[in-house]
Every structure is written in C-alpha cells, then in structure tokens.
Design a protein around this ligand. Sequence first.
Ligand code: AMP
Ligand code: MG
Length: 307
Amino acid sequence: MSNIVPATPTNIARAAAILRDGGLVAFPTETVYGLGANALASAAVRKIFAAKERPGWDPLIVHVTGTDMASRLAQQAPPELTARFWPGPLTLVLPKLPGVPDETTAGRPTVALRAPRHPVAVALLAAAQLPIAAPSANRFRRPSPTCAAHVREDLGDRVDLILDDGPTPLGIESTVLDLTQSPPAILRPGGVSREELENVLGPVTLAPGVEDEVAARGLAGPGMSVKHYAPRARVELFESDAALRKRAAELTRAGVLYPQPETLFAQMRALDAEGVEVILALLPPPVGLGLAVRDRLFRAAGLQPQN
Ligand code: AMP
Ligand code: MG
C-alpha cells in the first residue's frame, strides 16, 4: 500500500506523532520535499542517512518554527536577516549549542537552520513542537524531489509517511549562507538570491564547488561536492541556444532542457524516464535564481560550477 497521503490536518497530526516516536516523514516545503526526523534524536537522524544512502559527513538542515526555536540550537542569527528572510528559503550556518547531536551536524561545531514558510511545513513543525532535521527527500545524488511521486520513486517504503501537497512552489533548494565566515559565504546558491542578501549584508562571497574527497575529509560543505543532483543521462551545457540546437541536430537520443527554477528537477527526472542518453541544457545568466539553476546544472554535468 502506498504511504502517500494528502496533507490534511489529521494526516499532519499523524506525521507529527511519527516524528515524536522517532520515525521518518517526507513533507513539502516551499523549496523541495524534505525527509524529516526529530533533529534532537540521534537514532532518528541516523534513519535519514540510511534511507537516503547519504554519507555520514554530509550534515543536515534543521527546520525550526522561527527565531525562538533557533535560539535553543545555535548562537543568535543576525536579526536583520531573520526579519527579512524567515520564514523562507534561507538556511543559516551558525555555531551550535550543546544538545544538537553530532549525527545531525556530521560532527561539525556548526548547525544549519531554516524556518520554512510552506503552510504544511509550518503546520507540521507547530504540531510536532520539535526541530526537524530534513535534507531533500531524494536518494543521494538524485535530483531533488519536487512532488510526492518523486519521493516515492526514490525512497519507497523507507519513509513512514509522505505528506502530499502537490508540486513545491520554488522547486529549487534553499540558499545556504555560512555566517561563521567573514564576509559571509554562500555555500549553496538557492531560493534567496545573492543580490537580495547583499542588499541587507553588503558583499557576500560565493564558495567554489569542491571534490567529494575534499568534502569527505571535512574541509568543505557537502552541497559543495561537485557531482550532485545528477540525472542518469549525461548532461551537456550550453551558454547559447544556437550552439545547443547545432549539437541537438548531431545527436539522435538527446533531450533538450530549457530550465526554469520551478521545473528543473522535474524536467531532469522526466528526461531520464524517457530514456534519453544525453541532456542538452541551456544555462541561464548568473543573476537572481539563475545562479542557483546554473549551480545545479554544473553539478548535474559533474563539473565545477562557473558563474
Ligand atoms: P540537502 O540535503 O539538500 O538538504 O542539503 C543540505 C546542505 O546544507 C548540505 O549539503 C550543506 O551544503 C548544508 N549544510 C548543512 N549543515 C551544514 C553545516 N553545519 N555547515 C555547512 N553546510 C551545511
Ligand atoms: Mg539534497
């Protein structure tokens, strides 16, 4: 029997009870679907790593109701940032307080926090009254899930319940901003643009992508590993539509990808399902959400992001 249920108040209450009992629940956020567990329970968090086949060095984002809950887990976030961008698709990396398990932060002295704004995520956090560790609900290295069927496809019965509320509005993950560096560094571009952050903070840096091996040794954030978000097909990238069309004319089993942030991952999965061998993707300019789309496309192609 399928574990996908509509995100009704009754099912949200059921999901909250599963989280309190140490189980796994997939739920929609405004970015992508998350695979949630009680962030304060090591055993529950370990189930996330097992279900996703995610390596233990890759820390999780902890979802909170807001700054009150955040203040119990980490040093205070800059109020000008939380006032402007929370709830929303901005994850803040901050020095953690005692009590946040090492499993959640992959042994790091910092924790990544975000207050989501999707009504189902908000209702689930309110019902559970727990910080919820939730990475994207895909299998490691697969494109992030933007609907309940993608979660089911990747995780099947490894998750106790999948709350379905249709496609996620943004379709691309949160921006991860490291506030322990000066100036602050974007570890992963996402739903809040660099320009929006710089309007509030002044200049922020953009961390370069790094090889998995470096990340595995704890030298860099995991979303920063180069090969990530990969469809099964090989991905070729183009800066101009003319060059893309010329290449398309040379190939027989190629699919074309004109990415929008909201549909990028769904398009990658759809092209994989069609069985194309090569995906030819047009890179958007590196402004606004284009920066995040370029980042995901470079990673899907196994290349160092260039902006
Ligand atoms: P996801 O699996 O898509 O939710 O990705 C979570 C991402 O958050 C990771 O891949 C990291 O880039 C980032 N992250 C989480 N915790 C930390 C941390 N303590 N320090 C640096 N980056 C982090
Ligand atoms: Mg992910």
